[in-house]
Design a protein around this ligand. Structure first.
Ligand code: COA
Length: 320
């Protein structure tokens, strides 16, 4: 059966590090509060002259090199972001240009907020497996520091900037075993940036709004549900999952999901401590870390789980 497989991974974090202690000097919070509630120790902040496409470019170059390819080999770019460079053109088109690809294949953005990478990977998998594309670049890239109200301690402590990328190639055997995507727009109010441009003005708040406890409950429920959906489709018991890579939002959400799957904490890939919630970038960044440090090995099963504003959620099960 035609399928796709991940052939290379990459990631990029901007140079500026903002620790919990430094943040506590700006807003009424503490390292202890942030660490115990979220597991976050620090986040990275993009420089004023860095755009989302620049972060994406660094991560993409790493992933393309890891796959042993050149940018000109890429004939599909699917880029997940909630913080695009501009209203249009898409950040994927800007990235394509920065990679030096001319007269290329399709390039598109996916807007599924923190589920964005799982959505993008599922879409690219279908295109590669069907033969509509050969060598796909799938990216999650975000600059949340620009949509945060830095006076709102309830949200500004949680998020950070970064990018992750993978190259997806055709394969005779999966690869990507199964993927499952969901959305329920009736929950859009609990996590949103309602502002929009109207007659040259921003109408509504351009800052991230969140009902933290509603998001927490929703996330734990749907992450476990969509993991079970993938296991059922693949006819695989949960104990055969070697690594779970959930969206890196909050260690307590991740631990609660593992409990619901009856899997030990040791099979969880955790990088949220190092960069906070980087939305669509978090899963490919965590994947890249676990691939490069040798934790993820050939033949293992990796479960990626996304959840985010929309609400959106999804799973991608990979046999490495
Ligand atoms: N520092 C110190 N105190 C803070 C704080 C901060 N950064 N942010 C909130 N508080 C205070 C609140 O004002 C509240 O004070 P009060 O009791 O005097 O009113 C107190 O801490 C407890 O707030 P609460 O919201 O009950 O904390 P919590 O244990 O639910 O944790 C979150 C808050 C945001 C960490 C938690 O709800 C969460 O992780 N939600 C999911 C967020 C997320 O992952 N979003 C992205 C999903 S894609």
């Amino acid at each position: 059966m035609p399928a796709s497989r991940i052939a290379g991974t990459g990631r990029y974090l901007p140079a500026e590090v903002l620790t919990n202690e430094a943040l506590a000097r700006r807003v009424d919070t503490s390292d202890e509060w942030i660490r115990t509630r979220t597991g976050i120790l620090q986040r990275h902040i993009a420089a004023a002259d860095e755009a989302t496409s620049d972060l994406a470019l660094h991560a993409s170059r790493e992933a393309i090199a890891a796959a042993g390819m050149q940018p000109s080999d890429i004939d599909l770019i699917v880029l997940a972001t909630a913080t695009p460079d501009m209203i249009f053109p898409s950040t994927a088109c800007i990235l394509q240009d920065k990679l030096g690809i001319r007269n290329g294949g399709a390039a598109l953005d996916v807007g599924a907020v923190c589920s964005g990478f799982v959505y993008a990977l599922a879409i690219a998998d279908k295109m590669v497996a069907s033969g509509a594309a050969r060598n796909a670049l799938v990216v999650g890239a975000e600059i949340y520091s620009r949509i945060l109200d830095w006076n709102d301690r309830g949200t500004c402590v949680l998020f950070g900037d970064g990018a992750g990328a993978v190259v997806l190639l055709p394969s005779d055997a999966p690869g990507i075993v199964t993927s499952h995507l969901h959305a329920d727009g009736s929950h859009r109010g609990i996590l949103c940036v309602p502002g929009h441009v109207h007659n040259g003005q921003v109408t509504g708040t351009p800052y991230l709004h969140m009902d933290g406890s509603a998001v927490f409950k929703f996330a734990v429920k749907v992450l476990a549900d969509v993991a079970h959906e993938a296991l059922a489709a693949a006819d695989l018991p949960a104990e055969r999952i070697d690594w779970v890579i959930p969206h890196q939002a909050n260690i307590r959400i991740m631990d609660a999901t593992m409990k619901k799957l009856y899997l030990p904490h040791e099979r969880l890939v955790v990088t949220v401590d190092l960069h906070g919630n980087t939305s669509a970038a978090s899963i490919p960044m965590a994947l890249d870390v676990a691939v490069r440090d040798g934790r993820i090995r050939k033949g293992q099963h990796v479960m990626m789980l996304g959840v985010g504003g929309g609400f959106t959620w999804g799973s991608v099960l990979v046999k490495w």
